[in-house]
Ligand binder design. Structure first.
Ligand code: CDP
Ligand code: CDP
Length: 219
């Protein structure tokens, strides 16, 4: 396929965005950009440096001095420190939506993300990709699934990795984060008007990837 396009994948927590985005990117030979990892990286660094997360100015100043790099193997580096595992901790997960609600944090993150996406041939996933980061993306997908299915998926993922995991706790955390992400003032989690919604509750990973690849190929 000749024409390089941008594919924006948004949706609530654990809907399968990153798993499916990686498959689609690989099939098309595109790069995959995980914007959630960027917000998680800032959150990790803020907590690590004992910065008060309610102090917006301080958090924004911290971001301006922070390099966040993600390599082809999806390893994440904050000022050259490998934080790939650290950014998935419960502490980061429980604080990331607070950091992500700061308007000036989003402004800076969106600028960085737009630079990464400017050459097209990109699959980017997050919460505001189709609405704010790449509003002119050729393909926009909004992935959803029931909250119990999403909690079950995260729980199984943790269990497989040998991490301690509590299904009830995960469900609560996901609901809380979705609520904060949907209700924040600046670029909330929201389906773009021209996005195609896919309910993945009863779909396999490959079925979802196939649907998105079909959209890309027929574009
Ligand atoms: O993978 P998971 O659904 O757990 O979350 P993520 O994609 O890593 O995103 C973590 C958090 O970052 C979200 O809950 C949002 O608060 C924030 N985020 C955002 O605000 N905008 C984005 N484009 C991506 C993530
Ligand atoms: O990126 P996001 O938070 O939206 O979700 P993810 O981390 O890609 O997916 C969460 C888990 O759900 C992973 O372990 C996937 O393997 C699984 N999954 C699934 O079981 N069925 C799907 N249709 C999609 C994802």
């Amino acid at each position: 396929k000749e024409k390089k396009i941008a594919i924006a994948i948004d949706g609530p927590a654990a809907a399968g965005k990153s798993t499916v985005a990686k498959i689609v990117a690989k099939k098309l030979g595109y790069i995959y950009i995980d914007t959630g990892a960027m917000y998680r990286s800032l959150t990790y660094s803020v907590l690590h440096h004992h910065i008060d997360i309610q102090n917006k100015e301080e958090v924004v100043r911290h971001l301006h001095n922070l390099s966040i790099d993600i390599n082809k193997e999806q390893q994440v580096f904050v000022n050259n420190e490998n934080v790939t595992d650290a950014i998935r901790s419960e502490q980061v997960t429980n604080n990331v939506s607070i950091i992500a609600s700061i308007a000036d944090v989003r402004k800076e993150m969106v600028q960085r993300q737009q630079k990464l996406a400017n050459k097209r041939a990109v699959v980017m996933d997050g919460r505001d990709i189709g609405t704010h980061v790449i509003p002119d993306a050729e393909i926009k997908v909004f992935l959803i699934a029931s909250v119990s299915e999403r909690a079950k998926r995260r729980h199984e993922e943790n269990t497989q990795k040998g991490f301690p995991s509590n299904l009830h706790q995960i469900k609560n955390e996901i609901e809380k984060r979705d609520k904060m992400d949907s209700e924040r003032e600046v670029s909330p989690l929201k389906k773009a008007e021209d996005a195609i919604e896919i309910d993945t509750t009863h779909l396999s990973i490959d079925q979802v990837a196939e649907k998105i690849l079909d959209l890309a190929i027929s574009n």
